[in-house]
Design a binder for this molecule. Structure first.
Ligand code: PEP
Ligand code: MG
Length: 737
C-alpha cells in the first residue's frame, strides 16, 4: 500500500499478492461505480473482463456480499442461489468461492474475493485475513475517492430501500428529520499501524479507561436500584474484563492494523454473529458487546462526546439504545424533533421528560441502530407506532397530510384557548393541567388551563442523583406558583417508591409487587423527615397565598390525619416564630386504593377535596399492572365495574359537598372524559396536550342528557358502555378523536 504508483497498479498488485499467498487460482476486486459493481482488478479471470464486467447489487455472489455487508465462504459456488455466470470472465472452471465486503462506515464500497479450482471450505483465519486486507483497501479507496458518495447513495437506494419499523409509542406525535446517532459511529481514518507496540499501548490504556468508567457507572448509577440498568452494567463489566476480547484485538494489531482498525476488525466478527443469532438472550449480550466496542473506539480515538456535543444543525430524530433524562436535556430543542430508542418504557424518566417537552418518542425498536444509518431521512409516526426509514414519496405525502390534519386540529384547539369549558347546558367544567417539572410550566399559558390539578413533586427527586435539599424544593414550588399567576396549584407530596425508586431512599427488602408496596405516603410516614422537609418547603413557597396539598395512596383515614399533623406542626413552628405562612391550607386526598372508597364517611368531613388517581385505582381494581404493555389493551376503562365503582366514590363526595376531580390519564381521553362528566365529575386534571381536545368535547356536550344516559346504562346488568357512548357522541355531534 505504501508503494508509489497509480491506484490501479496497487490494486493489481494486491490481487496478485493475495492469489499467491492463498494459492488461489483467482483473486478479484469489484468496486461500486455508478451504482454497479465493476470488476476493477483480477488475477486469474480474463483481463478483458476488467472494467467491462459489471454486476448489479442484486446480482451474483459478489452482489450478495455487497448487499448484506457480510462475507461468503462457499465450497461449491454454483450451489448458491445467487450464483450468476458471466461467460466473459471464464469463471465456470472454479468451484470454491470466498469473498468479503470492503466496508467504510459500515457501507460496502466493493468486494474482495478469491476462487479455487478445487472444492474447499476456507478457514476462518483466511476469511479474517481477507477482511483485514479489505479494511486497508477501504481506506485507500476512500482517500482516492475511487468510489464516490453518489455511487454509494445509489447502491444504498437499490439495496435497502424504504423500511417501516414497528415500535411502542412512548410519547405521541409526528416528527420528520434526519437520523442522528446519539453515540456517533467513529470513522477510522488510518488502518495501517506505523508502530505496533505503540498501538498496543493505546489499546491497553483505552481498556483501562473503559473499565474505570464502568466501575464508576456502577457505583453511581443515577437511578440505582436493581433492574435492567444494573444487569446491563454487569454484562458490560464482564466483557470489559474479558481477556479473550482484548487478546483478539491485540492479534489484529500484530497483523499490522492501528488500534482503531483492530477494534473494528474484531467488532465486525461480533456483528456477523449477531446477524446469525436467533437466541434473543444471546443477541442481547452481543448488543452489549457491540456497544462496548463503540465505547472503546471512542476512547481510543479521543472522540468521546455524544451527538449533543457536536450540535444539531437540522431537524433531527435522535437514535439511541437508551437515554438518561440529563442526556436528553443536552440537545438543542430547536432541532430535536423526535427520539427513537431500542429500549425505553412508558414510565421511564426520560419518557416523562420527553412528554413534558413535547418531543414524540418511540421505543422498543430493537433493530433500529442496525437498519438506520446516520443521515437517513426518517418519519416518526406516533399514532401508528411506526418509524419510516428512507420513506418512499407516497409515504411522505401521506405523512404530510397527517401533519396538516393535526395542525388543523391544533389550530382549532388554539381557537378555544380563551373560551370557557362550558357544556351546552351551561355547566362550567374545570380543566386543569398535570405537571411535575419546570419545563411543564409553559403549558399553562399555552392551554390557558384553570390551574395545575396535580403537581407530581417526586419528579424533582427522580431527576436528581441525591435527595433535593429543602431550598431546592422551595425554589421549584415558588417557580410553579409564580408561573400559575394566582391560578390554583395542587401539590401532591412525594410518591416515591415502587417503580419510582431513587437510590438515596433504598429499602432493604426487595418487593415482589412494588406498586402495592412501600411507596408514596407509606414511605413519607415512616421517613417523617422527608415529609417534614417537603411540608416546610411548600409552606415557605406559598407564603402569603393559599396552599393546596394532597397526599397519594391513602388507604386508611388515619394516614391522612398523620400526614396533616406533620404539616400542621411545621405551620405551628412558622407561626411561633412569626415567619411568613400561607393564607390558608386546603387539604386533599388521592383516591387510589379501592378500600378507601368504603372509608369515605370517616374521611370526607376532614378534607377539602378528593382527587381520583385512576391510573393506580384502576390497576388495583382490575388487578392489572399499569406498566405491563401486554395488559394495556386488555381491559376497558369504561367497563361497568369500573364506572359503578367511580360513581360510588363521586356520589359520596358530591353528597358531602367536597370537590371531586380525576387526575389520572383517563380524564384526558375524550370518550372516557364523557363518561366521567356523566358520572358527576366537574374537574379534570389532564396532560397538557389533552386540554384542547377535552375542551372541545365539553363545549359540545349536553350534560343533562349525558348524565341521564350514564344513569340508564349503569342500571343495566349487561351493556357495552363504550359502544353506547360512541353512539351518543355521534348523535350529538361530538368528535372523539
Ligand atoms: C394516578 O395514579 O392516577 C395518578 C394520577 O398518580 P400517578 O400516575 O403519578 O401514580
Ligand atoms: Mg398514582
Amino acid at each position: 500500500m505504501a508503494s508509489r504508483g497509480s491506484v490501479q497498479a496497487k490494486l493489481n498488485q494486491v490481487v496478485q499478492s493475495i492469489a499467491e499467498a492463498m494459492a488461489s487460482e483467482v483473486c478479484s476486486i469489484y468496486l461500486l461505480r455508478d451504482g454497479w459493481l465493476e470488476l476493477y482488478a483480477t488475477q486469474g479471470l480474463s483481463q478483458d473482463a476488467v472494467h467491462v464486467t459489471r454486476l448489479a447489487l442484486s446480482e451474483g455472489l459478489v452482489g450478495n456480499i455487497a448487499r448484506n455487508g457480510e462475507p461468503l465462504n462457499l465450497a461449491e459456488a454454483r450451489a448458491h442461489a445467487d450464483f450468476a455466470y458471466r461467460p466473459e470472465t471464464g469463471e465456470d472452471l472454479f468451484h470454491s468461492f470466498a469473498g468479503v465486503p470492503i466496508l467504510r462506515r459500515g457501507r460496502a464500497l466493493g468486494v474482495l474475493c478469491v476462487q479455487h479450482m478445487e472444492p474447499r471450505q476456507y478457514e476462518d483465519e483466511e476469511i479474517e485475513a481477507l477482511q483485514t486486507v479489505a479494511m486497508v483497501l477501504a481506506e485507500m479507496i476512500a482517500n482516492t475517492r475511487l468510489v464516490d458518495e453518489e455511487s454509494l447513495a445509489k447502491a444504498r437506494a437499490q439495496n435497502t430501500g424504504a423500511v417501516r419499523l414497528a415500535g411502542t409509542r412512548l410519547v405521541d406525535g409526528l416528527a420528520r428529520g434526519v437520523a442522528v446517532m446519539h453515540e456517533p459511529r467513529i470513522v477510522i481514518e488510518h488502518t495501517v499501524a506505523e508502530d505496533i507496540d505503540a498501538e498496543k499501548q493505546r489499546v491497553r490504556a483505552a481498556f483501562q479507561t473503559m473499565r474505570a468508567q464502568i466501575d464508576r457507572m456502577m457505583s453511581q448509577a443515577e437511578f440505582g436500584g436493581p433492574g435492567e440498568h444494573e444487569e446491563i452494567l454487569e454484562t458490560y463489566k464482564m466483557f470489559a474484563f474479558d481477556e479473550g476480547w482484548s487478546r483478539r484485538i491485540n492479534e489484529a494489531i500484530e497483523s499490522g492494523l492501528t488500534a482503531e482498525a483492530a477494534i473494528e476488525r474484531v467488532q465486525q466478527r461480533t456483528r456477523v454473529t449477531m446477524r446469525n443469532t436467533k437466541d434473543p438472550f444471546f443477541l442481547e449480550r452481543l448488543h452489549d458487546l457491540d456497544d462496548l466496542a463503540n465505547r472503546l473506539l471512542r476512547i481510543v480515538s479521543g472522540k468521546m462526546g455524544t451527538a449533543a456535543q457536536t450540535g444539531l444543525t437540522q431537524d433531527t430524530i435522535l437514535i439511541a439504545r437508551n437515554l438518561g433524562p440529563a442526556e436528553l436535556l443536552e440537545y438543542d430543542r430547536r432541532f430535536l424533533k423526535g427520539v427513537v430508542l431500542e429500549e425505553g418504557s412508558p414510565t421511564a424518566h426520560v419518557t416523562i421528560l420527553a412528554r413534558a417537552m413535547g418531543i414524540p418518542m418511540l421505543g422498543r425498536i430493537k433493530q433500529v441502530r442496525e437498519v438506520v444509518e446516520e443521515g437517513d431521512p426518517l418519519l416518526l409516526d406516533g399514532s401508528n407506532d411506526s418509524l419510516f426509514v428512507r420513506p418512499a414519496p407516497d409515504v411522505v405525502r401521506q405523512f404530510e397530510a397527517h401533519v396538516a390534519l393535526r395542525q388543523e386540529r391544533q389550530a382549532a384547539y388554539a381557537k378555544l384557548r380563551d373560551l370557557p369549558a362550558v357544556t351546552l347546558d351551561g355547566q362550567r367544567i374545570e380543566l386543569m393541567m398535570n405537571a411535575g417539572l419546570r419545563v411543564d410550566l409553559g403549558g399553562l399559558d399555552v392551554t390557558n388551563a384553570d390551574g395545575i390539578g396535580l403537581f407530581r413533586t417526586e419528579f424533582q427527586f427522580l431527576v436528581s442523583a441525591t435527595l433535593p435539599r429543602r431550598e431546592a424544593q422551595t425554589r421549584l414550588y415558588s417557580a410553579v406558583l409564580k408561573a400559575a399567576e394566582g391560578k390554583p396549584v395542587i401539590f401532591r407530596t412525594v410518591d416515591i417508591g415502587g417503580d419510582k425508586a431513587v437510590p438515596y431512599l433504598q429499602h432493604d427488602v426487595p418487593e415482589e409487587n412494588p406498586a402495592m408496596g412501600w411507596r408514596a405516603l407509606r414511605v413519607a410516614l415512616e421517613r417523617r423527615g422527608l415529609l417534614k422537609v417537603q411540608a416546610r418547603a411548600l409552606l415557605d413557597a406559598a407564603a402569603g397565598q393559599p396552599l393546596n396539598l394532597m397526599f397519594p395512596m391513602v388507604t386508611e383515614p388515619w394516614e391522612f390525619e398523620a400526614a396533616r399533623e406533620i404539616v400542621e406542626e411545621q405551620l405551628a413552628y412558622l407561626r411561633s416564630r412569626g415567619l411568613p405562612q400561607p393564607t390558608e391550607i386546603h387539604y386533599g386526598v388521592m383516591m387510589e386504593v379501592p378500600a378507601l372508597a368504603y372509608r369515605l364517611d370517616a374521611l370526607l368531613p376532614n378534607i377539602d377535596f378528593l382527587s381520583i388517581g385512576t391510573n393506580d385505582l384502576i390497576q388495583f381494581l382490575l388487578a392489572a399492572d399499569r406498566s405491563n404493555p401486554k395488559l394495556a389493551d386488555r381491559y376497558d376503562w369504561v367497563s361497568p365495574g369500573i364506572l359503578r365503582f367511580l360513581k360510588f366514590v363521586i356520589d359520596q363526595a358530591n353528597a358531602a359537598r367536597k370537590t371531586v376531580s380525576v387526575c389520572g390519564e383517563m380524564g384526558g381521553r375524550p370518550l372516557e372524559a364523557l363518561a366521567l362528566l356523566g358520572l358527576g365529575v366537574r374537574r379534570l386534571s389532564i396532560t397538557q396536550a389533552a386540554i384542547g381536545p377535552i375542551k372541545m368535547v365539553v363545549r359540545n356536550a349536553h350534560l343533562g342528557r349525558l348524565q341521564a344516559l350514564m344513569n340508564q346504562l349503569l342500571a343495566k346488568p349487561e351493556v357495552n358502555i363504550r359502544r353506547e357512548l360512541q353512539a351518543f357522541a355521534e348523535r350529538e355531534g361530538i368528535t372523539l378523536q
